[in-house]
Design a binder for this molecule. Structure first.
Ligand SMILES: [Zn+2]
Length: 320
């Protein structure tokens, strides 16, 4: 059944049947259709923005969980960074102090890292900002760990060479039961030349045949310091140290032989320019004789040291 449309004619005061043209009809249909589409779009838009679908809800939940995980990861990185900072602090202020090494410069520990652009393409959402921050912290931790590992390697090397160096520095008395120094270091009267001369070592009077011990690790020198010293041994310790033991009755080691601190190297005598059985002992640093009294510190009590120090101060006649 087709609908009829009527139009009121005021002139004739009658309703006249109107014939709709095809164009008119089409316009009406198009208008109704467009309105329908517009309403549908408004509803879809409302639904899309204000009512979450179950899938969107699941994704949102996952996203929140990921953010929580990232925040936890960030917190763990902070904890690791604090632990590493504590190790770095101990390294600079304790270990390096003990081994007399300079602290690692902070520019080396905390280099200005080139800003990472790998994540720039990602959007700047909250989760991505957290991700970037965590990645930056992880990069810094990696660098700091590498620097710290290298620092500890260096300290290990210093520690082992330090032990070698300590063993090479004269540190014990060359004679056991040595409590007095017959003649000290410095200006002393020469017993034979009868003049005030620089005494380059200390004299310790002891019976002929008393054992003499190396005061540090070293090698027996092949050089002979001169006839005035009689039977004499010079030990090269390295690290610019030498020790000299003169007027021996005989030696117990050969030139070129390696010796350890405390090893027997010879016996007290009175060979060379000497006025009685004694050991003339010298410590030489960088080619210059230094006072050996400062190089007795391992096997000595404070009382024994004071006694040696007092006896070494007397300006008396050397035994040469
Ligand atoms: Zn002497």
């Amino acid at each position: 059944m087709t609908k009829s449309f009527y139009h009121f004619n005021p002139k004739t005061l009658t309703y006249e049947k109107v014939k709709l043209s095809f164009k008119h009809l089409f316009k009406r249909i198009a208008w109704v259709f467009a309105s329908g589409v517009a309403f549908a779009l408004v509803f879809v838009w409302i639904g899309f923005y204000f009512i979450d679908s179950p899938k969107v809800k699941v994704l949102e939940k996952e996203n929140n969980e990921l953010k929580d995980e990232l925040e936890y990861l960030d917190h763990r990185l902070d904890v690791m960074s604090e632990a590493l900072a504590d190790i770095e602090d101990r390294d600079d202020n304790i270990y390096r102090n003990v081994f007399e090494a300079d602290p690692v410069p902070s520019s080396e520990r905390y280099p200005l890292l080139v800003e990472d652009t790998r994540y720039d393409s990602l959007s700047r959402s909250e989760a991505n900002t957290l991700m970037r921050a965590a990645n930056k912290k992880a990069d810094q931790l990696t660098v700091r760990l590498a620097v710290q590992t290298r620092s500890l390697d260096t300290l290990e090397k210093i520690a082992s060479s330090k032990a070698e160096m300590l063993a090479a520095i004269p540190a014990i008395r060359p004679l056991k039961n040595m409590y007095t120094i017959t003649s000290g270091f410095g200006k002393r009267y020469h017993p034979i030349l009868k003049t005030l001369r620089n005494h380059t070592g200390i004299d310790i009077a002891a019976p002929k045949g008393t054992p003499i011990y190396a005061t540090a690790d070293g090698t027996v020198s092949r050089d002979n310091p001169g006839s005035g010293y009689g039977i004499c041994i010079v030990l090269n310790h390295g690290y610019s140290y030498q020790t000299l033991y003169a007027h021996m009755s005989k030696t117990a080691v050969k030139p070129g032989q390696k010796v350890k601190r405390g090893q027997l190297i010879g016996y007290v005598g009175s060979t060379g320019m000497s006025s009685g059985a004694h050991l003339h002992y010298e410590v030489i640093k960088n080619g210059q004789p230094v006072n050996p009294i400062y190089y007795f510190y391992i096997d000595i009590t404070p009382e024994e040291y004071n006694s040696l120090l007092e006896s070494s101060k007397k300006i008396n006649q050397a035994l040469s």
